[in-house]
Design a binder for this molecule. Structure first.
Ligand code: ZN
Length: 282
C-alpha cells in the first residue's frame, strides 16, 4: 500500500454500521502520533502481551498440553478425541456446528493466525464514554482451510483470543487447483476457476493466475488467501473495500464458493482440483 493510500485510510474512518456508535482506527490512540504507524497485527500482539514473541516451539508444546487435558463437552468432540473422526473434512461433511475449538486444533495442528483488524468501538452511556476493542482474526492451515472471527471486549488480550477462537469455530474448507490456461501445471496453487463473493457492499472476484504471479491483492487479500493455501491469484473488488472486515468476509465467501461450482469429471483432472488439504475431489 502506498503512503498516500494509508493517509486516505486514516482520514476516512470505517463507516460500517455499529449499533453502539461510531468506530475510529485504533492505531493513533495506541501508538501515539510521533511514532510511525505499526502494522495492526503487531499492535494486536503487543496489546495481548506479545504472544507473537513467544517461541513457536513453546507455543506448540502448550497447545499439545492443552489438547492432552481436553475433556470434550460435545458428542462431536468425543468422537474426535477418540479418533473416530479423523479429518476436518469428515467433520464438516457431517454438517454439525463445531462448538469446541479443540476439535479444530486437534484435526488441523498447523493452524496459523493473523489479526487483520483492530478497531475501537465507543459507547456513550449516562456515566460517560466507554471504550471497547473490536478485533478481527483470520486462521488457516495454508492448505485448504480458512476461517474468520470477530470479537468485541474491554480488554485487548482476551478479545484477541476470543476472535481467534471464533475464527477456528468458523473454519471452512475450500477447493484449490490450477485454473490458469497459461500455467496448466497440475498443482493446486490458485483457484480452479474464477469465483465471486460478496459481503455487505463489497463484491470481489478471485481469478486463477499462473504460477509465480503471486497474490495480486491488497494486504487483507494477501493474508486471507495465503492462510487458505493459495500462492497465486488475481483479486478484483468493488464496494467499500476499506472495511477490512467486509472485505475479508467477501474473500472467504468467494473461496467457499469454489465448493458450489459443478466441475465435470474430466475437468477435475485438467484443473487439478483439490478439496481441503488433500485427495482429489471426486
Ligand atoms: Zn498452475
Amino acid at each position: 500500500m502506498s503512503p498516500k493510500k494509508k493517509d486516505a485510510k486514516k482520514a476516512m474512518p470505517e463507516t460500517e454500521a455499529e449499533e453502539e456508535t461510531a468506530e475510529e482506527p485504533v492505531v493513533d490512540l495506541l501508538v501515539g502520533k510521533e511514532e510511525p504507524e505499526k502494522p495492526k497485527d503487531k499492535v494486536a500482539k503487543e496489546l495481548a502481551g506479545e504472544p507473537g514473541a513467544m517461541d513457536e516451539e513453546i507455543e506448540r508444546e502448550l497447545r499439545e498440553k492443552e489438547l492432552a487435558m481436553w475433556a470434550p463437552r460435545t458428542k462431536l468432540g468425543e468422537m474426535v478425541r477418540k479418533g473416530e473422526v479423523k479429518s476436518l473434512s469428515d467433520v464438516l461433511a457431517m454438517g454439525i456446528p463445531i462448538k469446541e475449538v479443540e476439535i479444530v486444533d486437534s484435526l488441523l495442528p498447523d493452524l496459523e493466525e493473523e489479526i487483520i483488524d483492530v478497531g475501537r468501538v465507543q459507547r456513550v452511556t449516562d456515566s460517560g464514554r466507554r471504550m471497547k476493542f473490536r478485533i478481527v482474526a483470520v486462521i488457516g492451515n495454508k492448505n485448504g482451510y480458512v476461517g474468520i472471527g470477530e470479537a468485541k471486549g474491554k480488554e485487548a488480550g482476551p478479545t484477541i483470543r476470543k476472535a481467534i477462537e471464533r475464527a477456528k469455530l468458523n473454519v471452512c474448507e475450500i477447493k484449490r487447483g490450477c485454473g490458469s490456461w497459461e500455467c496448466n501445471c497440475g498443482k493446486p496453487h490458485t483457484v480452479p476457476f474464477k469465483v465471486g463473493g460478496r459481503y455487505g457492499s463489497v463484491h470481489i472476484a478471485i481469478m486463477p493466475a499462473p504460477s509465480g504471479v503471486g497474490l495480486v491483492a491488497n494486504d487483507t487479500g494477501k493474508k486471507v488467501l495465503s492462510l487458505a493455501g493459495l500462492t497465486d491469484a488475481w483479486v478484483s473488488s468493488d464496494g467499500h473495500t476499506r472495511t477490512t472486515l467486509n472485505l475479508a468476509h467477501a474473500l472467504i465467501d468467494a473461496l467457499v464458493n469454489t465448493n458450489y461450482i459443478k466441475v465435470k469429471d474430466r475437468d477435475i483432472k485438467n484443473l487439478a482440483v483439490m478439496k481441503g488439504s488433500g485427495s482429489n475431489e471426486k
